[in-house]
Design a binder for this molecule. Structure first.
Ligand code: SF4
Ligand code: SF4
Length: 152
């Protein structure tokens, strides 16, 4: 008999680097916030979030429309893994499950793994569902006009 793909409450007991691929993927709450374009101040390093979304983000589901083959279209899309978490923390959303666990914090009660409902992240107002504009509709020089506060 093979081991179950998702161990019971694995996010509380299994370190990030020991999670199975399925457990790692299940950690994503589907908020869509990491798929938004950011503006980085070269001098201060400050990162501003915009609601201009990657061209592959489906605004109605808040999921990547081509996740398994996304690098064919967006080669720069970062594949998050325990080995590169530290390097990426500075731009990651505050509510991101990977960031929370990396920082030793708990998942929020609206996280689908806690609530058992994939919609809870949307119902709690955390996600970007219905709130983005696609990057092909906004010229990069205008992104400043689309800066937002992170929904949290
Ligand atoms: S910010 Fe984190 S939890 Fe939200 S969609 Fe991106 S990877 Fe998933
Ligand atoms: S390619 Fe997909 S996963 Fe990557 S940023 Fe775009 S929408 Fe998000």
């Amino acid at each position: 008999m093979s081991a179950p793909k998702l161990r019971k409450r694995f996010w509380e007991t299994v370190p990030l680097e020991k999670m199975s691929h399925e457990e790692w993927e299940a950690l994503c709450d589907g908020c869509g916030k990491c798929c938004l374009n950011k503006l980085e101040d070269e001098e201060t390093g400050d990162v501003a979030l915009t609601n201009v979304a990657c061209r592959l983000l489906d605004d109605s589901t808040c999921r990547c429309a081509q996740y398994p083959i996304r690098h064919q279209f967006v080669p720069e899309c970062i594949v998050l893994k325990p080995q590169n978490m530290e390097h990426n923390l500075y731009w990651m959303p505050e509510t991101c499950a990977y960031k929370l666990l990396w920082n030793g914090e708990k998942l929020h009660k609206w996280h689908p793994l806690i609530s058992g409902d994939p919609d809870s992240v949307h119902l709690a107002g955390i996600s970007m569902r219905g709130r983005t504009v696609p990057e092909f509709e906004v010229s990069e020089e205008d992104w400043e006009d689309y800066i937002i506060e992170e929904p949290s």
